[in-house]
Design a protein. Structure first.
Length: 229
């Protein structure tokens, strides 16, 4: 599905309004998914369309979705960057010969588009990489270093002490497409985002756009994930 028609948008909003009036909103897409199942609409495609129009939770649909027009799934035009594939911030400074003891691993407890094996070492996929399984267009993802499959969330675990140079070589030696250009600088930035995070904490990743005098810059972010209760 690449288009949600104006009639479908209206039907979805009416359905959600009726459900929320009776039961309130729990800041999820529970009612949206119920409507999708009844109408035999692919949930992942639907999420992509809704999120691109500001509909992240049931209670946002009636406020944010445009009225009286079809909603179309935007094409993905992300092009890989040969000079800085992982979009490491240009002002990032490496720490010479620094040793690191934490990395990010997959965990089956988190099912957010998680196709990896439990316990796989995770590295963010580079900008423009096409995942081998379907993930939400609004989210970036980690790739498993065994399966090269995506997951949105990983957890911090201890590893044997290593330097950025050693780790980068280890990742490149896997001979996987998404990590072929993983450099020492990429590794250093990856570790720098994790080193102060507690063991067991969930992590996510995304590309942030910054617009300034010199134009728009895109930078990789690796961050803690906080779940709504």
């Amino acid at each position: 599905m690449t288009v949600l028609t104006a009639n479908q948008v209206n039907e979805l909003c009416v359905f959600i309004e009726n459900r929320i009036e009776k039961n309130g909103c729990d800041h999820s897409l529970k009612n949206t998914f119920e409507w999708a199942e009844k109408n035999r609409i692919n949930k992942v495609d639907l999420i992509d369309i809704l999120e691109s129009n500001g509909g992240f939770f049931d209670c946002e649909m009636t406020f944010n979705l445009p009225e009286d027009c079809d909603l179309e799934l935007e094409p993905d035009n992300k092009k890989a960057d040969s000079k800085n594939p992982f979009k490491i911030p240009l002002n990032f400074q490496q720490a010479e010969n620094k040793v690191y003891t934490k990395a990010i691993f997959s965990n089956s407890e988190y099912g957010n588009n998680n196709y990896t094996k439990n316990g796989e070492l995770l590295i963010p996929a580079h900008f423009g990489f096409k995942p081998k399984k379907r993930v939400r267009k609004s989210m970036h993802f980690f790739n498993g270093t065994e399966s090269e499959l995506p997951t949105e969330i990983g957890i911090v675990k201890e590893i044997e002490p290593t330097t950025g140079k050693e780790f980068a070589k280890k990742i490149r030696d896997l001979k996987l497409e998404s990590f072929a250009k993983f450099s020492e600088r990429d590794a250093e930035y990856y570790f720098s985002r994790i080193e102060k995070i507690e063991i067991g904490k969930p992590m996510g990743t995304h590309f942030m756009e910054r617009t300034g005098i010199g134009g728009t810059k895109i930078e990789l972010k690796i961050h803690k994930v906080i779940f709504r209760k």
